[in-house]
Write a protein that binds this ligand. Sequence first.
Ligand SMILES: [Zn+2]
Ligand SMILES: [Zn+2]
Ligand SMILES: [Zn+2]
Length: 433
Amino acid sequence: MNVDDDPRFGRFGLRTDCPRCGAHLPVNGPAPTVDCADCGHTVGVPAPMIADLFRDFEKEWPDSQGSGTIVRGDITWRWTAAPVEAPACPSCGEALPDAPEAGEVACGACQTAVPVFQVPRDCRAGVKTAALVIGGSDDLSRPAEPPKPVVLQCPQCGAGLSIGHERSRITPCEYCNSQVHLPDAVWRALHPPREVREWFVRFDGEGPAAAKARSLRDKEEKRRQAAENKQKKQAKKQAIQAEHRKKLDAERHEREETAARQKRFRNLTGLVGVLFAAVLALAACAVMGASIVAYGAPWMFEAAGIGHALLLTQSLIVAGVVSALVAWFVGVVAAAWRGNVPLLGSLGMGSFHLLASVAPFVGVVFALVFAFGYTRGRFPAPPGPKWQAHRNPLGSGWPVALLLPVTSVFCTVALAMTLDLTLWELFVQMGED
Ligand SMILES: [Zn+2]
Ligand SMILES: [Zn+2]
Ligand SMILES: [Zn+2]
């Protein structure tokens, strides 16, 4: 028998004792009352008690086998219940064919007609699945038709006595007035005891046990579904994330590749630029140095015909150097005081930056002066016949002059490229230094 069987059958037994005479009182079905076969006393059978039996039976299905006692008022009821595959014939015990309707069902083996009737409404309270009673009775009153009187001889006077069922067990002889004790056989014939008969109940539809099981199954299924969905969603999310990560990785890798390529290119061009600038600077310095050594700086300006500019140029150079020195000093002190930098370290760093920033400035000024002189064909030479023979001894005319201003600018650009800065950033940094 399974939890979701439909229909389900139960075999029930119910009995008590007559509260008046103590006689055994079988209750062969969900009847409202039962009459004592011995004394005729009517005992009410509480319908809620039977409904409770049915409800417990359904709740426990298919493990509803059980027995017990119920006390209601001063009456004790003994009950039994057992789940069965099919109701059994009360005569021969064979399984009865299914009877879905009220009426009668004939036993296939002994042809006994077994009554089938609907479970009384009162006994279905709270247990709507209780449908039919098979083999039981809903009328357990004493038969209206009393058994025929029994005739027996008075053991005292030998007179024939006709004893009806209304007589008590010890009854007077109406002839000799002696008290006659009725023998068991006579008493039983007058008061036939009610046989104990099993009765069955058919339960239709989904029982509470099946409903509970189904609800549990549904819940489990829902839980499983939810878990599956969650897992699917998570897998999808992870796949998307992995895809995204892959894409990001690829992008980053490409970016890094590009950056590395650009850096290699910049380094190379920077290196080439620096080398080229160094060569140019060396050449320019050689030309400039040789001219200065040979003729002396003031002569150079005079010879170029811009002697009057000498004072201005010198003033500019001096002012530039002084301001650079002041800036250097202020920078060193500020760095040491506010920047929490060791004085010796900032001193060294400041000196290096001073030289680095002053050099192009000085270079540009000198280069411009030289270039101007050369392009005008007036080469630096001291006055006096001794030196006239040595006019333009080192430079070779204005093309060389072009080299000079370009050199300093080129040096600055190359330095910016090597430091990976724009020109503007370089100037800003020099200004800050
Ligand atoms: Zn009784
Ligand atoms: Zn039978
Ligand atoms: Zn008698």
